[in-house]
Structures are given as structure tokens and as C-alpha cells.
Design a protein around this ligand. Structure first.
Ligand code: SF4
Length: 239
């Protein structure tokens, strides 16, 4: 089977535990205007064989120390669903720790749960219309996948990118709590990531206007958002 990888590299403890081979798969079904990897959004044009990629990953095992393994990220790794599933299956069969970072919008995501040791899911907005107006896709499937992941998995890291003008108001924070609290359990963690402009230069190099304005959150906004989430008995990791 063919798979398109934009970038391969090792990263320590930022994309799952330990030192991990991080594979950025090409293509994304969303178009978030704050994306820090806009070059990964376009559909794939260059592919390699999954057998070759698996062989590369297995050769790299000595580098997967401190509980490391392989993490698939993007773009959105589930855009290449069948190739991703094949890779995860083969890695698990070879005893390699697996992780994916996903925007959570693929309805087939639960098919991968048994093949993933660490699941990192975005939860950008609970309000479907708001999410759709910014990214092109609503939140119904994300919520269904979050519930399914919470029910079936002992560990789950949920990430909220906190962006002024999108999801950082007091009402937004209350909405996140209302959505998450019913299925929250001790194995789940929530990471709130403050908006940054790391992707701005890349957008401009691609000849696309960078549309985000006044998107930084203040310290006060961040603290107040986090305190509402924490008051909902949700364990927070602040970034
Ligand atoms: S889901 Fe992630 S990779 Fe896709 S456009 Fe949004 S920020 Fe970029």
C-alpha cells in the first residue's frame, strides 16, 4: 500500500512518551486558519510503500528509548486511513509503541483504538457551527469519537488550542466543561495550548494570506479559562 509522509524525525516527549519517531502524514480534511503546518494540508502527491516505511521504523528502534515508539501526526493522519491502519497493525505486531495525534473528525477512528497505545485528540470547539465556520468541519464526529475513546481507553490526552475570538471566552470554557464532564475519567488529561504564530511565515511562503488577527490570549484569559475547566474536576496540563 502507498503512504505519503511529509516529514520524518525524532522528538522527545512532545508527541507521546519517550523518544519517538514522528511521522507527519500529508493531507488534512480541515483548513484551520491558525495551522502551524499549512504545507501539510494539501492532498498528497508523492508516496512511498508502507513496507519501506515499516522497515525504516523497525531499523530506527534503537532510537525509541525511554518508552518511545512511533507517532503519526500531520496534517491529519487519518486522511490516509487504510495505510495508517496497516502501519499501526504492523508496528503493534512488532511490539513497537504507537501513538497518533488526530483532529478527531474521522468517523472510523474507533477502528484504530486497539492499535494505539497513546491517543492524542484535538477538541477545538464544542460548538459545531463555530468549528465549521473556522475549519470547514463541524464537531459532531469529534464529540462522538471523544466519548467512544473515553469509554474504551484507559488513557487519553485531549488538546484544546486556545485562540482569542474563537474559543477562549468564559461561555466557551463552560461549554467545554459541559461537554467533557459527563464522560471524564481519571485516565484522561487535558492540555490547553495557547495560540502562537509559528505558522505565519509558512503561510506567507505558500503565497496564502495569514488570516488570524488578535488571536493571542492574555494571561488573564488563559488563567480564567483553565480555572473554569479545573473546577469541572478535569485534570489540566498547562502549556
Ligand atoms: S487539523 Fe491540524 S493539521 Fe489540519 S488544518 Fe487544523 S491545525 Fe492544521
Amino acid at each position: 500500500m502507498k503512504i505519503a509522509v511529509l516529514q520524518k524525525g525524532f522528538n522527545y516527549s512532545q508527541d507521546g512518551p519517550g523518544n519517538r519517531l514522528v511521522l507527519h502524514l500529508q493531507g488534512c480534511n480541515l483548513h484551520c486558519p491558525w495551522c502551524s503546518n499549512p504545507e501539510s494540508m494539501a492532498a498528497a502527491t508523492a508516496f512511498e510503500e508502507t513496507e519501506e516505511l515499516l522497515a525504516f521504523a523497525l531499523r530506527s528502534r534503537p532510537m525509541m528509548f525511554d518508552g518511545g515508539g512511533v507517532t503519526f501526526t500531520g496534517g491529519e493522519p487519518t486522511v490516509q486511513f487504510d495505510a495508517l491502519k496497516e502501519m499501526l497493525t504492523a508496528l503493534k505486531q512488532n511490539g513497537v509503541s504507537t501513538c497518533i495525534e488526530t483532529n478527531g473528525t474521522n468517523a472510523r477512528l474507533p477502528e484504530l483504538f486497539d492499535l494505539i497505545d497513546f491517543l492524542i485528540m484535538d477538541f477545538k470547539h464544542w460548538n459545531s457551527d463555530k468549528l465549521k465556520s473556522f475549519t470547514g468541519v463541524g464537531s459532531e464526529t469529534v464529540l462522538a469519537n471523544l466519548r467512544a475513546a473515553a469509554d474504551r481507553r484507559e488513557q487519553l490526552l485531549v488538546r484544546i488550542p486556545l485562540i482569542n475570538g474563537f474559543n477562549a471566552s468564559a461561555d466557551d470554557a463552560k461549554g467545554f466543561v459541559s461537554c467533557l464532564r459527563p464522560f471524564w475519567h481519571d485516565g484522561m488529561k487535558l492540555e490547553v495550548l495557547r495560540y502562537h504564530e509559528y505558522g505565519k511565515d509558512k503561510w506567507e511562503k505558500l503565497g496564502k494570506p495569514y488570516q488570524m488577527q488578535n488571536a493571542f490570549v492574555t494571561d488573564e484569559q488563559f488563567d480564567s479559562f483553565c480555572s473554569v475547566l479545573s473546577s469541572g474536576s478535569i485534570e489540566l496540563t498547562r502549556t
